[in-house]
Ligand binder design. Structure first.
Ligand SMILES: O=C[C@H](O)[C@H](O)[C@H](O)COP(=O)(O)O
Length: 228
């Protein structure tokens, strides 16, 4: 395992300890969350930890179910106690970008329904100013090229997300993703507002002040950042 994966495993295993018996737990998506779900599956199997999970992607559902974690639909619970998710970038004000794995829409919905939100990241994700990663935007397929053209016109430097086969990437909701390659961002609130008000946009990957705690894995171990 390379160093970055070791850090992802470390934060995943650390966050798994936050989960208590009886909790309704939101499970994020991505390579870091995979380690969390592995660790939770182990606790379910070895300690009899009784939890109910809601997931943010079909991938996470498949992994969690295969490990014996009970998964229900978000609409079948009245709240979520704690959601643990990864992130692509986060700054010291807890402004973040998500959606590198294409799961931003369900992730934001579960985040919104959750009393507490924790992100788990390796140190490479903590930045002074978010944006270098790009901003993923989920758009419905109908008329998507019109949205793309609008973004071009606005100077947002859009790129279609493609899959391994070179086809347009499809999300779990069968939508497309357009990545905006804007570079480090200054007026985040205005951008978020503009994106969500663009007809055809379903959701965007700017997660602004949506998390209570960030668990960061670095060479010296774990650092926990708490919301400013
Ligand atoms: O759509 C995917 C999610 O937002 C992920 O949580 C995010 O991309 C981080 O993923 P990873 O842990 O693989 O870097």
């Amino acid at each position: 395992m390379n160093q970055q994966d070791s850090l992802k495993q470390l934060v995943g295993q650390t966050a798994a300890k936050l989960v208590k018996n009886g909790m309704i737990v939101g499970l994020g998506t991505g390579s870091t969350v995979r380690f969390l779900v592995d660790a939770l599956g182990k606790r379910v199997q070895e300690e009899g930890l009784a939890i109910t999970g809601v997931t943010t992607s079909n991938r996470t559902t498949a992994q969690a179910t295969s490990l014996g974690i009970k998964i229900v639909d978000l609409d079948d619970v009245d709240h979520v106690d704690l959601t643990i998710d990864g992130a692509d970038e986060v700054d010291r004000d807890f402004y973040g970008i998500k959606g590198g794995g294409g799961a931003l829409l369900w992730e934001k919905i579960v985040n919104d329904a959750s009393t507490n939100n924790v992100w788990i990241v390796d140190q490479s994700k903590v930045v002074d100013r978010i944006g270098a990663f790009g901003v993923p935007v989920e758009v419905i397929p109908f008329g998507a090229s019109k949205v793309f053209a609008k973004f071009e016109h606005q100077g947002y430097q859009p790129q279609w997300r493609t899959d391994e086969a070179g086809q347009l990437y499809r999300t779990d909701e069968n939508n497309y993703i357009i990545d905006l390659k804007l570079g480090p961002l200054t007026d985040l609130l205005a951008l978020a507002e503009d994106l969500i008000n663009t007809v055809g946009v379903v959701e965007h990957g700017l997660f602004l002040n949506r998390v209570n705690q960030v668990i960061v894995g670095n060479e010296t171990g774990i650092t926990t950042l708490t919301a400013p």
